[in-house]
Design a protein around this ligand. Structure first.
Ligand SMILES: NC(=O)c1ccc[n+]([C@@H]2O[C@H](COP(=O)([O-])OP(=O)(O)OC[C@H]3O[C@@H](n4cnc5c(N)ncnc54)[C@H](O)[C@@H]3O)[C@@H](O)[C@H]2O)c1
Length: 477
């Protein structure tokens, strides 16, 4: 992979300053025009995207539609319909001591923003945040992943055809290019990727006190309890796990299943896999509906997680076939994984699903709370009290009940992690706000109460202040 020229990056960043200042006063119409041009150029390359995704990791066209175009188009549609409302300054009521003033929150573009994206949903995770950045009135520089070169190159051509570099630019490259970009004093950095690199990005941002949105990963747990609809659980979980061949930040990483329904759940999962991808190993390998692992290095990483678990005594319940040359790993279900196996501590990010039997929900909750806070948590149950208990006693970026992954596509929900799985939110209005500065504006009047707080501090004035402060003990109406 060739790296972007640092001088070119610096010149582009410098050139975006004047645009960013001019765009502070941009109207909703001007911003939407940019977004529409991006949409039209992207959709004009639909077939080219199919080919690029096939080349990079044999992603099926249906999954390109459902997990790349759909989220971006939904983001665009949302912005087209709502941007005017989002941009409107929000008037707020005066609090007691602010009587006599008027106040509002003004949404300002942050300025020049950097978007760094991972490889697993390269289009959705570059253009989705870009739509939010443009909606909020920012210029942007995008650094896609080096691991999906065909898609990255195509996105680069689209960006160059729609925007002059002083508005939006895309630089291909790997870590060296990323590092050059992270040296620059961007106003905001929107990073999607691993927690390990997220820490480096946050440290780099700290040098300029750039604000950050960190969309990270981790091990998202799932729970199937004894009351669950097992057919629904198997159908949804097998979809969320094997979509994009398990290479999804919010994929169920592992699943806790109540011991009383574990065998029936495994049978239901096997049936779903056979119905969707073929009855035997050869048919599944030939299935056009399974993407490949992104490259050989990641195939080897997953193969060693599998081998390590098996050597320690894990039992294979489905799949297990590995073909490194074709970056293929079959949809795999495992159980009886002993503590200490790497598959139980590393983010799997591939088509391997550990199934862990349990008898006490409290123990599952304790195990979840003992690990870093995950990006997502899923529970399949028809017992409302059990669902309430899981949602109340755990923390995660997002959660689904009787489903998985789908909350990503809900434009009215904030999408993001918590601590180790990230900070800040994306999508819809939350994405617009991530790329906006919420500026507090207070307008004074000659009759405002706070004038009573000015010196000279006579005895009467001090007494009045005491009365006002004491009055704050009264409950709010
Ligand atoms: N929360 C989300 O929305 C979300 C979405 C997709 C993926 N992810 C997470 O992303 C990870 C997988 O993606 P990945 O392997 O591309 O992540 P990654 O962190 O290795 O890379 C992400 C981006 O950072 C760049 N990068 C890598 N190392 C760097 C370094 N040392 N300095 C500067 N830049 C560097 C890469 O070139 C790439 O563009 C998983 O952890 C997954 O859970 C999160």
């Amino acid at each position: 992979m060739s790296e972007a020229d640092p001088l070119d990056i610096q010149a582009t960043f410098d050139a975006q300053l004047a645009t960013a200042l001019a765009w502070r006063t941009s109207t909703a119409q001007q911003r939407l025009r940019r977004i529409r041009r991006l949409r039209d150029a992207m959709m004009a390359q639909r077939e080219a995207f199919y080919a690029a995704f096939a080349q990079d990791y044999r992603k099926p066209p249906a999954e390109v539609e459902a997990s790349e175009f759909l989220p971006v188009m939904d983001e665009i549609r949302h912005a087209l319909g709502r941007l005017k409302r989002w941009m409107k300054p929000r008037t707020v009521w005066p609090t007691t001591t602010m009587l006599g003033t008027r106040a509002s929150v003004q949404y300002q573009p942050r300025g020049r923003v950097l978007i760094v994206a991972p490889w697993n949903y390269p289009l959705s995770l570059c253009f989705g945040p870009l739509v939010s950045a443009l909606a909020a009135g920012n210029t942007a520089i995008i650094k896609p992943s080096e691991m999906t070169p065909a898609v990255s190159a195509l996105m680069g051509r689209i960006i160059a055809s729609v925007f002059p570099a002083n508005e939006v630019a895309l630089f291909e490259g790997s870590q060296p290019t990323s590092r050059v970009l992270l040296e620059l004093p961007f106003d905001h950095i929107f990073f999607t990727g691993s927690p390990a690199v997220g820490k480096l990005v946050m440290a780099a941002a700290a040098r300029h006190l750039a604000s950050v949105t960190l969309e990270l990963g981790g091990k998202s747990p799932s729970i199937v309890d004894a009351s669950a609809n097992l057919k629904l659980a198997a159908e949804t979980l097998m979809w969320g796990k094997f979509l994009n061949n398990g290479q999804t930040c919010v994929a169920p990483d592992h699943v806790y299943v109540h011991a009383s329904v574990k065998d029936a759940f495994v049978d239901a999962c096997r049936a779903v896999l056979q119905q969707r991808y073929g009855a035997g190993p050869a048919a599944q390998k030939a299935s056009a509906d399974l993407a490949r692992v992104v490259n050989r290095r990641h195939t080897q990483r997953l193969a060693s997680l599998l081998a390590d678990a098996q050597q320690r005594g894990a039992r294979l319940l489905a799949g297990g076939e590995v073909d490194e040359d074709q970056c293929y790993i079959a949809p795999t279900l495992l159980d009886r994984i002993p503590a200490g196996a790497a598959i139980l501590s590393e983010e799997i990010f591939g088509p391997l699903l550990p199934i862990i039997g349990y008898t006490e929900l409290d123990q599952v909750i304790a195990a979840i709370n003992a690990a870093p806070k995950p990006l997502a948590l899923y529970v399949w149950s028809t017992d409302r009290r059990a669902v309430g208990k899981v949602l109340e006693q755990t923390s995660s970026g997002g959660a689904c009940v009787n489903h998985c992954v789908a909350h990503f596509a809900h434009g009215n929900l904030p999408f993001g992690g918590v601590n180790n799985s990230g900070m800040g939110s994306a999508h819809g209005e939350y994405g617009f706000k991530a790329f906006s500065h919420e500026r507090a504006v207070l307008r004074a009047s000659p009759l405002m109460l706070i004038k009573l707080f000015f010196p000279p501090y006579t005895g009467r004035r001090t007494g009045l202040m005491r009365t006002i402060v004491d009055a704050l003990r009264l409950p709010m109406l």
